[in-house]
Write a protein that binds this ligand. Structure first.
Ligand SMILES: C[S@@+](CC[C@H](N)C(=O)[O-])C[C@H]1O[C@@H](n2cnc3c(N)ncnc32)[C@H](O)[C@@H]1O
Length: 257
């Protein structure tokens, strides 16, 4: 394990749900992660790209507060959701309408699940939080827990669109009661880590946290997936069409022949 580049516990907790798991206004400028898909569009897309079917064993890796995991379970998949945030897992369990196994864990070291899953889903930029060796190790963990013909889908920022549209700072969320998330951005081109200094303003009080995410061009992440043992890697946009520079999201789909 390496030292974390940011404190995920400070980031993925109740304040995050306050702003992102409710109807929020914003962003004031720039794209907001998670807004590229309307209603069930992400679930429909994953269903199609991964050729999901009822009864399949699916791991939602970094499942957050369970939106995707619960939707796939409602469609008949046998879903396991893993996340490191106890607050998110509690919300995921509360929202479930079908049986899901929600597990507290770390994507860097998955449980003894070798060959257990037909499919792995990793959604809404839930990848790239560590140094590169550790990030690559996460792909190895995904390959390990998939059965030999298993496939993975990862939803990430599309580099070209992201870089063309991201401002130096923005109000990322603004609620009617005046609560706000204000982000300042910095890209380190030597690491391709996008660093965010976030001020959470809630009930008139401010708290600051920082987080990072690694940005990827398609060929780089494709090569990492190939090195992790996948040999069929394709890239799509949020509409399921082949990736273009204009898409907001880059959906990597990888499998083994
Ligand atoms: C941007 S959120 C995406 C959540 C979810 N996939 C979605 O689409 O809403 C990233 C998630 O990664 C989780 N996370 C962060 N570090 C983690 C780690 N080391 N292991 C497992 N989950 C982690 C966070 O708790 C958070 O739920």
């Amino acid at each position: 394990m390496t030292a974390d580049l940011f404190d995920a516990t400070a980031m993925y907790e109740e304040d995050y749900l306050h702003f992102f798991a409710t109807e929020s206004k914003g962003p004031t400028h720039g794209p907001l992660v998670g807004t590229a898909y309307r209603e069930d569009a992400a679930v429909d897309l994953v269903w199609r790209l991964l050729e999901l079917a009822p009864g399949m064993a699916v791991l939602d890796l970094c499942c957050g507060h369970g939106t995707m995991a619960n939707a796939l379970a409602a469609r008949g998949c046998r879903v396991t959701g893993l996340d490191s945030s106890p607050v998110f897992l509690e919300r995921a369990r509360a929202d479930a309408t079908a049986e899901v196994e929600f597990v507290a864990g770390d994507m860097r070291a998955l449980p003894d699940w070798t060959g257990r899953f037909d499919r792995v889903i990793n959604w809404t930029t839930a990848y790239g939080y560590f140094d590169d060796a550790t990030n690559r190790g996460v792909l190895g963990e995904i390959a390990r827990v998939l059965r030999p013909e298993g496939r993975v889908a990862m939803d990430l920022d599309n580099l070209t669109r992201f870089l063309a549209s991201v401002p130096p700072s923005r109000i990322t969320s603004a609620l009617d009661n005046g609560d706000m998330l204000v982000d300042r951005h910095h890209l380190d081109p030597l690491t391709m880590r996008f660093e965010v200094e976030r001020t959470v303003i809630r009930d008139g009080r401010a708290r600051r946290l920082t987080f990072v995410k690694r940005l990827f061009a398609f060929p780089e992440l494709r090569d990492w997936l190939v090195a992790a043992g996948f040999d069929e890697v394709a890239g799509f946009g949020e509409d399921g069409e082949p990736l273009t520079a204009e898409h907001h999201r880059m959906v990597m789909v990888a499998g083994r022949s």
